[in-house]
Design a protein around this ligand. Structure first.
Ligand SMILES: Cc1cc2nc3c(=O)[nH]c(=O)nc-3n(C[C@H](O)[C@H](O)[C@H](O)COP(=O)(O)O)c2cc1C
Length: 156
């Protein structure tokens, strides 16, 4: 499942005031919970919006999503895509967060969503939204290995 949302004024205020402990708390809380319910995924943040990719057995995503929807740290949650994939794409990331630029997050959010099938190179003109998302994430994430201390989420 993939969605975009806007950061709430409260969390934004915390971040601007450099009291970013709140964001770390949120990420730690999500990681703990995702480990328990078998959710893996990642969270892109451009200082204004979040774009999150979540994968798990069906029940796991539903429970994590109910927590996401109940969070006051963001609003205007818009679901971009929901569907079934054969294998986990990011089994080692319980909730890896990656800072991205506004233009990159905008490009992915505004792309043609319509499935999780990878079709092309993320830079190609006819690239789908998921092609672009994978391209963006691999560019960012390959700079660092998996987060320390993370173990593989249990297999579905
Ligand atoms: C952008 C965003 C992504 C989140 N992702 C997850 C997640 O993957 N799994 C989860 O269990 N909770 C997730 N949460 C919920 C947080 O871990 C946390 O419980 C919640 O934000 C705390 O409530 P508050 O935002 O009202 O202070 C997310 C919340 C936000 C705002």
């Amino acid at each position: 499942m993939v969605y975009v949302s806007e950061v709430s004024d409260t969390l934004r205020g915390d971040l601007l005031g450099l009291r970013s402990g709140k964001f770390q708390e949120l990420a730690d809380d999500a990681t703990r919970f995702n480990r328990d319910v078998g959710v893996s995924g990642f969270l892109l943040f451009d200082d204004i919006r979040f774009l999150q990719y979540l994968e798990s057995p069906p029940d796991g995503v539903d429970v994590a999503l109910s927590r996401v929807l109940g969070a006051s740290s963001h609003h205007h949650v818009i679901e971009l895509q929901r569907g079934t994939v054969a294998d986990r794409r990011v089994p080692y990331w319980l909730m890896r967060w990656l800072p991205v630029e506004v233009k990159d997050l905008t490009e992915v959010a505004m792309s043609a969503w319509g499935g999780f099938k990878v079709r092309d190179d993320g830079k190609a003109l006819k690239a789908t939204a998921i092609d672009r998302l994978i391209f963006l994430v691999s560019r960012r994430a390959l700079r660092g290995a998996a987060q320390p201390g993370l173990s593989r989420v249990k297999d579905v």
